[in-house]
Unconditional design. Structure first.
Lengths: 214, 129
């Protein structure tokens, strides 16, 4: 008789069985996991978008049209400070998410303020670099190499700008609504986004700056 | 799916990114990740600025260091690990890596071939005469 009941139950819930893990113990996955997974898929699609620009840069990096090359333009000390800012900003963001999970609001605000300041410093340094290059006549229209450089590094900068806006919005939302479930889900998504930008910067630093400055 | 969503903390409310009772997502994990990332970044700058490596091998060394650092970021910051609840994330990542590899290596390969087979403008003018 138990075999009977078992088959009847199975027939009703077959699609669900393979999707669950031992830990969640049946039923659909929690919202938080579904949201984080969906956002992870988005991040991967964003990385694929970047890979197209990376490929364009790798093909065009030698086409300077008689203009300045990476060796003449890149200041590695400047780039090192930028890297440090972004890395520490990522770390602060991770600590902020840990704090909000433990309902330490003060730690959360402190960490996210630090994340914002470091991210804004990075952006300021990048804008200074771009302005300096354009002033020296090495703007995006000078050569194919510089067009590829400005679109690749500029797209990363645009992502950081969007991230800073999102960060400010999320802090305001936390002030107004408190550390509720949906707020913490959005904060988790933001932290994934911010860490992914750091991964893209590692590729940028290596391919564009370290290899280009040699 | 939305039921019980607004309660402050439920037992099932755990994501792959941040686990409270697991090693993943703790303060120590982030700090270790930061230390590894700083170490690898420092090594990248060192390798590119000094003659520590055999000169033709510097590019390969930099690529290896960059891939190692991306791995550190994925494991320590994004918590893409080998846990059983992480299989979907890892599979999605593997697909992403496949596409990125195809786009990058395919573009470089095809463009290098085109470049090698290209007739220079001066040569075409010679032919027209």
């Amino acid at each position: 008789m138990s075999a009977h009941a078992g088959t009847a139950e199975l027939a009703g819930s077959i699609p669900m069985v393979p999707m669950t893990t031992a830990r969640s113990g049946g039923g659909p996955a929690p919202v938080r996991i579904v949201v984080a997974y969906g956002f992870w898929i988005f991040l991967l699609s964003d990385i694929i978008l970047f890979s197209a620009l990376f490929a364009a840069y790798a093909v065009l990096s030698g086409q300077t049209a008689g203009g300045p090359s990476g060796h003449d333009l890149f200041g590695l000390r400047h780039v090192g400070v930028e890297t440090l800012c972004l890395l520490l900003s990522s770390y602060a963001c991770g600590l902020g998410v840990l704090s909000i999970e433990r309902r330490h609001l003060r730690g959360f605000y402190l960490s996210f303020a630090l994340t914002f300041v470091l991210g804004a410093t990075f952006l300021g340094l990048e804008i200074t670099e771009f302005a300096g290059m354009t002033a020296r006549g090495a703007g995006p229209s000078r050569s194919a190499f510089l067009s590829a450089f400005f679109s690749l590094v500029g797209l990363h900068g645009a992502h950081v700008t969007a991230g800073l806006l999102w960060l400010s919005f999320m802090v305001a939302q936390t002030v107004v609504k408190g550390p509720r479930d949906f707020v913490r889900r959005r904060l988790l998504c933001f932290s994934l986004f911010w860490h992914a930008l750091d991964i893209i910067w590692v590729a940028l630093l290596t391919l564009v700056y370290l290899m280009g400055a040699r | 799916m939305q039921g019980g969503d607004e309660q402050p903390s439920t037992a099932s409310d755990q994501a792959p990114g941040v686990g409270e009772n697991e090693a993943a997502g703790s303060f120590a994990t982030y700090t270790a990740g930061l230390a590894f990332a700083l170490l690898l970044t420092g090594a990248s700058f060192l390798v590119s600025q000094t003659h520590l490596l055999w000169a033709p091998g510097v590019s390969a060394g930099l690529v290896v260091l960059a891939i190692a650092q991306m791995g550190v970021h994925l494991v320590f910051f994004l918590h893409i690990g080998t846990g059983s609840d992480n299989t979907n994330n890892v599979l999605a990542l593997a697909f992403g890596v496949l596409i990125v590899t195809l786009v990058l290596s395919g573009s470089l390969w095809i463009m290098a071939n085109l470049n090698a087979n290209m007739i220079s403008p001066s040569a075409t003018m010679e032919m027209q005469r």
